[in-house]
Design a protein around this ligand. Structure first.
Ligand SMILES: *[C@@H]1O[C@H](CO)[C@@H](O)[C@H](O)[C@H]1NC(C)=O
Ligand SMILES: *[C@@H]1O[C@H](CO)[C@@H](O)[C@H](O)[C@H]1NC(C)=O
Ligand SMILES: *[C@@H]1O[C@H](CO)[C@@H](O)[C@H](O)[C@H]1NC(C)=O
Ligand SMILES: *[C@@H]1O[C@H](CO)[C@@H](O)[C@H](O)[C@H]1NC(C)=O
Ligand SMILES: *[C@@H]1O[C@H](CO)[C@@H](O)[C@H](O)[C@H]1NC(C)=O
Length: 410
């Protein structure tokens, strides 16, 4: 900005006022006398610097920078998951939405002259921007095909109200989707009963499952025990009846790929969950991979959790949680933390959490609505961030709320 000033008109002493402001960005561009002998000064006065000393402006700058950093982090996230085409396709419109809204904030509420800022209480503006960032990041997280990195992981803080997807089968059973494959493949598998079952129903979509239509049947060569089965990367992993053998069955080849004993693990209804039903060995999947929850005589019936290699069923690492398995209603794994409910009946809560990352436990008090009062299966699906449960012949879903710190450094 170029300002022509004549000192008599403005009555500002040049030396004391203008020169003292030089360090703030005010510069005397040139000086001259006009024909009437008045002093004319051309001064470069960057208007932005008028506000430089205002601490609110510094806060806003820092916030804008954080917003940019968050955008950058989201780009990094996008890159990391570019292998999963579905994921990227899901994310692009969201990222565009965020960019668009950031742009709107920049142009509407962060003008250079600071006029609009004065009309909006700064605290409100900051809160609006913060809310916008966290809401979008959470939404972004839920859209993902699979959490492949710990940045989107967190601690369970709440379980939503249940949604009953269907009422089918007997009191006990298990149903699931595959968290490891792209979300475009929404096949649903259902396994009714806990004793000696061999029939696995595969539905084309969740909609077909709801209506009980469009399914094929797989007849397992070996019967199962309990309800702790899991589908992972196109295979069913289950506990073979009256043994501690784990079986990997491929839906694609319709054959058993692998059988392996889970050494020392109790079976045949020796160490079930509180509801019985030969639920000695519970297999599950989270963001990190495949896990087995069980116990053994040397562990005095306390819950053991082991991470398994899905290709060999080797035990990679084990933890003794110290929580008695028979006092547990169900257990599920989220982000490397095992959550245990205190009952399969009405009034059940998520009561205990064991963090494998730190080998520590804590007692929790996270309620959920046990609508049909008899849960015989409860497993987390990291792709959908949902809990799949079988509740007294009803197939029920819950969403989970994970608390995670949003980091701006990628
Ligand atoms: C933004 O990221 C840069 C580079 O990683 C870092 O130096 C800066 O401190 C970050 N700013 C904020 C406000 O987090
Ligand atoms: C361990 O995992 C829990 C739950 O996901 C998380 O809250 C905690 O910050 C993690 N601790 C470390 C040291 O990574
Ligand atoms: C998933 O299945 C594919 C194809 O069957 C295989 O190549 C890959 O190794 C499997 N990944 C895991 C983690 O088991
Ligand atoms: C399993 O339990 C049943 C019923 O208690 C019993 O008849 C059977 O012999 C047991 N089988 C094994 C292998 O322990
Ligand atoms: C979980 O959240 C998604 C997205 O908000 C929603 O579509 C779905 O119905 C919710 N499911 C449950 C069980 O609340």
């Amino acid at each position: 900005m170029i300002i022509l000033l004549s000192p008599p008109l403005f009555n500002i002493p040049l030396s004391s006022s203008f020169l003292s402001r030089a360090e703030e960005g005010w510069q005397v561009y040139s000086t001259a006398s006009d024909p009437d002998g008045r002093c004319v000064c051309t001064v470069v006065a960057p208007a932005r610097n008028l506000c430089k000393r205002d601490p609110r402006i510094r806060q806003l700058r820092s916030l804008t920078e954080q917003v940019q950093n968050v955008s950058q982090s989201m780009e990094v996230v996008d890159l990391r998951t570019s292998r999963d085409l579905q994921y990227v396709q899901d994310s692009e419109p969201l990222l565009r939405g965020v960019d668009g809204r950031l742009h709107t904030y920049n142009t509407l509420n962060l003008p250079k002259n600071g006029i609009l800022i004065n009309k909006i209480p700064l605290g409100t503006l900051l809160q609006q921007i913060k809310n916008m960032i966290s809401v979008d990041l959470l939404h972004f997280g839920r859209k993902g095909a699979l959490e492949r990195y710990s940045g989107r992981c967190g601690r369970l803080t709440a379980v939503s109200n249940p949604i009953t997807v269907r009422a089918s089968g007997s009191r006990f059973g298990s149903w699931m989707t595959d968290a490891m494959i792209p979300s475009s493949d929404s096949r649903v598998w259902s396994m009714d009963g806990y004793y000696k079952g061999r029939r696995v129903l595969e539905y084309r979509t969740m909609g077909d499952f709801t209506k009980g239509q469009n399914f094929v049947q797989h007849l397992l060569p070996h019967p199962w025990a309990g309800t702790g089965h899991v589908v992972y990367n196109g295979s069913l992993y289950y506990n073979k009846h009256q043994s501690n053998i784990l079986v990997q069955y491929s839906f694609h080849s319709r054959s058993v790929l692998l059988q392996r004993s889970l050494s020392g693990a109790g079976y045949n209804n020796t160490f079930p969950y509180s509801w019985g039903g030969s639920s000695d060995i519970d297999l599950m999947v989270d963001e990190i991979g495949l896990w087995a929850v069980y116990t053994s005589i040397p562990n005095a019936g306390n819950i053991m959790v082991s991470r398994l290699d899905p290709r060999s069923l080797d035990v990679l690492q084990s933890w003794d949680t110290g929580f008695p398995k028979r006092s547990a209603g169900e257990a599920f794994m989220i982000c490397g933390t095992l959550y245990v409910t205190n009952s399969h009946l009405a009034g059940a809560k998520v009561h205990f959490a064991y963090h494998t990352n730190t080998s520590t436990y804590e007692y929790t008090d996270i309620p959920f609505h046990n609508q049909y009062s008899h849960i015989s299966m409860m497993d987390y699906n990291p792709r959908e961030r949902a809990l799949y449960t079988w509740n007294n012949g009803h197939q029920v879903l819950y969403n989970v709320t994970l608390f995670h710190v949003i980091r701006s450094d990628g």
